[in-house]
Write a new protein. Structure first.
Length: 62
């Protein structure tokens, strides 16, 4: 069985087991997280680039 089919099956079982309120909560949390990522994308990108460049510089000096 492919990984995609297993993930889809697991997600389907999860959604069936949860009551409607739980599913709505999960969806709302995901929407908020995605919204925050979209809003702060440039700041997150700059932060991660800075972190990775520092790591690269420090490992280069070893």
């Amino acid at each position: 069985m492919s990984i995609a089919k297993r993930i889809k099956g697991s997600l389907t079982r999860f959604l069936r087991e949860e009551d409607g309120v739980g599913v709505v909560e999960v969806v709302l949390i995901l929407v908020v997280l995605i919204g925050l990522i979209v809003i702060f994308k440039s700041k997150l990108t700059a932060l991660l680039n800075g972190i990775f460049s520092t790591i690269t510089q420090r490992t280069g000096s070893l």
